[in-house]
Ligand binder design. Sequence first.
Ligand code: NAP
Length: 479
Amino acid sequence: MTDTPTQLFIGGAWVDAGDGATMPVDDPATGEILCHVADAGAKDAKLAEDAAVQAQEEWARTAPRARSEILRRAHELILERTDELAHLMTSEMGKPLAEARGEVAYAAEFFRWFSEEAVRIDGGHGVLPDGRNRMLLSRRPVGPCLLITPWNFPLAMGTRKIGPAIAAGCTMILKPAPQTPLSSLALAAILKEAGLPDGVLNVVTTSRAGEVCEPLLRGGRIRKLSFTGSTQVGRLLLAQSAEAVVRTSMELGGNAPFVVFEDADLDKAVNGAMVAKMRNMGEACTAANRFFVHSSVAEEFGRRLAERMGALVVGPGTRDGVDVGPLIDRVGRAKVEELVADAVERGARVLVGGRTPEGPGCFYPPTVLTDVASDSRLMDTEIFGPVAAILTFDDEDEVIRRANDTPWGLVGYVFTEGLDRALSVSERLEVGMVGLNTGLVSNPAAPFGGVKQSGLGREGGRVGIDEFLEYQYVAMPVR
Ligand code: NAP
């Protein structure tokens, strides 16, 4: 921890908040304070904005190959420092070290992917249909960006935005979540070491998100907002972005259905459920939230899932052999407790877990609920914890209707051995992504994102860089 930066990163320099304010970073496994980091206010945000705006023109002119090489070097540096970064992430966020190492690799891969995309930004040239005019088409960086990230994937949510912004030639201000600022500050140090010019990336850690971000969005100099977080905050930021007509990308909440048909391979379904539910202790936007299981296999599925969930080891993420770390904080855990209590009150049976352990830290045990009533609160709330809620169904049309009966549409999981059914159900689900006989969809090479109130735009894949580029068309007469 000693050499992890704790100051703001503005214009390539490490600086304290102007008013000297700091905020604590807690270890969710113990409740103890790990360290303090700078707590920026509106004046600091303005300095970061000045730095990003000043650096924009030159950065946009930098050769794509040079931008690509910086990302490539940063990718290598991240991988070289996997252990260090994983420990840092586990200490501030709680996830077990093995998962943190997995996230470091996933996060680094966004930099490699976008280093490859930086040199493939294309344009066009042609004669228009009237034969009298030509069109020259080029793609230019959208301009200075504000990137706002959540705490659940402290490194990967940053690289998924910073990677395409660097590749496209945009400058940026990153505002990470206050629970997990250290991973973002460590990432800024790596990018500086990789040769990123001063002012291209600025990191503003703060406990005063509204005070810091609203003036940036309304001020007219920031041209793009890329936000990952809850739908509720996303809506507010969309409204704030409207004033200066800021382009937005929104990666918002989910309420994923996990559908197990009667012809599913139950081994695959249970393995898929363990990943879709338990990755990141259930604190993932892609987490399976509603398990719809055909009534003919529901008992067997529930029994097997409860057995696997009950065998998981809960404890501090830094300890060897631990599968499930603490939840992010007491507020997050209290929400999970309330959702489980509500479901049980409405008739759900607890197959395993369901009881908060005594002692320090924000631990909650892997829990399986069955016979969950459709009007339980966890049916229309992101649980964001290690709780699998099982409901049964009998008919394909019925389960599709119930799966789609939500304002969200990020991801859905479908388990069936029938090819026709697999494809037709995938097509009918109102989601941006489908896991077909798998519980994991995230991949830097695939377009990640949702429909309905789960978001706008896509991150990753070939289209990820488009969010940071604008078209310019030049008209020219044919002589
Ligand atoms: P959150 O409360 O919406 O916060 C996300 C980020 O927004 C944090 O940095 C937060 O900082 C900031 N924020 C909150 N209010 C703000 C305001 N008025 N102005 C500017 N920034 C503001 O979400 P969370 O609890 O951290 O994360 C969990 C949510 O993220 C879940 O809904 C999850 O589904 C979603 N998520 C979505 C994806 C995806 O790709 N679709 C990926 C991961 C997570 P403060 O905490 O200081 O307010």
